[in-house]
Design a protein around this ligand. Structure first.
Ligand code: BGC
Length: 436
């Protein structure tokens, strides 16, 4: 591990010095997380595997015009190097690894399932167990098989049944060893992101899809970040989640199933909460409602957003911003956990939380500060099952390419060598002790 004692001491000191976490410095008793708490790091297939050439994103990244700043190409070469990734998670001191299945590899043509690819993901599940890692498996983390995109993606009325068929098949093959299943990653995300995008993005997307139709010879191509279709896809995504959950449970009745919600800590800037409440209802309402029938809910939070009577405000003057403009705000995660549990009554699993930063120190500050707040929420009675950090590796960050750095480990882009950062030690020490 390339973390010197001095680096660790430095990051731990600045973590303790962070003003939002005075309780770390003043704590005299170790403060424990619940027994069995999941401590993990997350990845997603397309962002690390490389060469998933049968997926909608692969196509969109490689046509012209494209909305992507660069193509994923080899990713972190994790399709080959996955065992080393698991070793890394273990070396950090984690007990959980979240990864996703690439549907486009498992079902490259409609109804044709690849045994070799199912076995590939089964080996990862088993590899987790041999290393004492609990596998949390996302059945779909945004990428879709090309054939699914050519048929309109989630705008297609058949999409819920097609997704449920895939999930059932994959659960039959892998389900025994999975700790927790997530059907969809952030199915509410596009609606939320679209709300702050200019109309020009919809036009750029239409041009990109026209080219995708041309090269695939289809007429209904919808793929990648389909902002223009975001609202139209919601009913099918909701049904897709419900049908997929039933298909997974039909194969593995004891496997806990949920989905992961993209959530910002929405705050009212003054007395008037109307705009904040409307945003909450629009971005999260239908999904929180559906989660009431699930075993648990995954939450993925990166920051807060403030609302006044006119709309969303930008970050306060002087706020610290990360590489993609998110405000550094460690309390947001616990606030989201409180809100989501209050509305759904379900246990909450943090399936993503992190920060985009070239310099690792803010990550080493954020982790203990956010966990201090999370522990307060747990003490208040919010059932939190675990904390899974985004991400294990610096990876392909979708339209932004490889620029934003979220990893607990950096990755050399030509040798694929992984190097742990000091923040990995910060998280690992807390995980190993299950306390501060
Ligand atoms: C997504 C990840 C993404 C992360 C950071 C989440 O919305 O699930 O795939 O990389 O945010 O941008």
């Amino acid at each position: 591990m390339k973390v010197t004692r001095r680096e660790f001491a430095k990051s731990a000191m600045s973590a303790a010095a962070w003003s939002a976490a005075p309780s770390i410095a003043h704590a005299t008793q170790p403060r424990f997380f619940p027994t069995g708490f999941l401590w993990g790091a997350a990845t997603a297939g397309h962002q690390i595997e490389g060469n998933d050439i049968n997926s909608d994103f692969w196509l969109l990244e490689n046509i012209k015009p494209t909305m992507f700043s660069e193509p994923v190409l080899d990713g972190c070469n994790s399709f080959e190097l996955w065992a080393g990734d698991l070793d890394l998670a273990r070396r950090i001191g984690l007990n959980t690894y979240r990864f996703s299945l690439e549907w486009s590899r498992i079902e490259p043509e409609p109804g044709l399932f690849s045994m070799a690819m199912l076995d590939h993901y089964k080996a990862i599940v088993e590899g987790c167990h041999t290393r004492g890692l609990k596998p949390v498996v996302t059945f779909s983390h945004w990428t879709m098989p090309l054939w699914f995109a050519e048929r309109g993606n989630w705008t297609n009325p058949d999409s819920p049944a097609l997704f449920a068929r895939f999930c059932g098949r994959a659960a039959r093959h892998l389900g025994d060893g999975i700790e927790r299943a997530l059907t969809l990653n952030e199915p509410n995300g596009l609606v939320m992101e679209k709300s702050s995008l200019p109309e020009s993005v919809m036009r750029a997307q239409a041009t990109m899809f026209a080219e995708a139709n041309r090269v695939t010879g289809s007429t209904d191509f919808v793929g990648g970040p389909a902002f223009a279709e975001a609202e139209q896809m919601q009913p099918n995504l909701l049904k897709g989640h419900r049908d997929a959950s039933s298909a997974i449970r039909a194969e593995r009745s004891l496997l806990p199933v949920g989905f992961s919600l993209a959530i910002v800590d929405e705050q009212a800037a003054g007395e008037d909460t109307a705009m904040r409440d409307t945003a909450r209802e629009r971005f999260y309402g239908p999904w929180l409602n559906t989660a009431k029938q699930d075993d648990y809910i995954g939450i993925q939070n990166y920051t807060r957003r403030r609302w006044d009577a006119k709309g969303a405000l930008s970050a306060p003057a002087g706020a610290r911003l990360d590489q993609i403009g998110n405000e550094f705000y460690p309390a947001s995660l616990a606030n989201c956990a409180r809100y989501v549990h209050k509305v759904t009554g379900r246990p909450v699993l943090v399936t993503e939380h992190g920060i985009a930063n070239e310099d690792d120190l803010p990550r080493a500050e954020l982790i203990p500060a956010a966990l201090t707040h999370l522990q307060e929420a747990i003490a208040e009675g919010v059932p939190v099952l675990g904390y899974i950090h985004w991400s294990l590796l610096d990876n392909f960050e979708w339209a932004r390419g490889y620029v934003p750095k979220y990893g607990l480990a950096s990755v050399d882009r030509s040798t694929f060598r992984r190097t742990l950062k000091p923040s990995a030690t910060v998280l690992g020490e807390i995980a190993k002790r299950n306390s501060f």
